[in-house]
Design a protein around this ligand. Sequence first.
Ligand code: FES
Ligand SMILES: [Fe+2]
Length: 346
Amino acid sequence: MERTLPWSWYVDPEVLRREGERIFAHAWQYAGHTGQLAEDGSYFAAAAGQIPVVVTRAREGDIRAFLNVCRHRGHVVATGAGRRETLQCPYHAWTYGLDGALRAAPRADREPGFDFAELGLQEIAVDSWGPFLFVNPDADAPPLPETLGDVPERVAAIIDLDTLEFRFRTEYEVEASWKIVCENFLECYHCSVAHPGFSAEVDISPDAYRLESDGLTSSQRGPLREHGSSFLVDGEIPHSQFHFVWPNFGINIFPGQANLSCGPILPLSPERTARSLDYFFGPDVEQPWIDELIAFDTQVGNEDTELVTGVQQGVRSGLLAGGRLLTESEQLVAHFQRLCAEALAG
Ligand code: FES
Ligand SMILES: [Fe+2]
């Protein structure tokens, strides 16, 4: 057994502030998918931790990403997604091109020395893996593949990302620290207790369910149970894969037909987290199968929401300093907690 992180870290605003500075300001994070920028002159707003970002494709331009923060007095510039020539800040109407350049600022002509050139949106790093777009607020970040490790290879072994089509996004919020949500994703020790439906289909016994961590990634792989009969056996994917990319990106692939959902785990406040998942399917996957998967996945998601809110209630009580982790079944949680501790100490 080993010790958990101090439970005060799951409620303390100062810890979240330092995580913003030391983790989210320097990490590659999923922002969205290439389908959101399929057309020239499009953009979408996203978040890297609590840092607002905007990803754009200007006319005849490449995909670029910027801090979504007005260089005037700091209002968030873009919201949502769409096609536009420019992004206009809603506060005083400073207007930026999709290339980040400041194009117009009311009354700038009355301001001696107003230098448009130095007031563009601050550019950040952007890169892609298949249809997935990642941003890193740190312009000097190491290349994205170093963060992804062998996750792309593991995914490619069971699914062809190039054929996947985006179908929809789900979004919800939970009353728990982002770290509690990540940790819940990183073990299946709770599965037999809390996910009877999932555990009836996927073999979650410690000998069959594989856990591996390497660098900034963690992977879980669970085979279907023998003699399974549900919709999950109807397809070419033989086992589930759940990947996690530090600090906050989860990927789910269920057995059955070509399916993948992925998205970030975003801190909103020390004890509140936003979760969004983009669902992709193979072009031939039919709606009835998708409906079954959604029902199955929603059930698991609801069960997890109960668990993480319950953990938050316990750790916020403040009377116990921390807990214990199982070294085998919770090794990915331990790996995640080590990365947190290292980042905050560094
Ligand atoms: S804060 Fe954006 S225009 Fe003033
Ligand atoms: Fe779970």
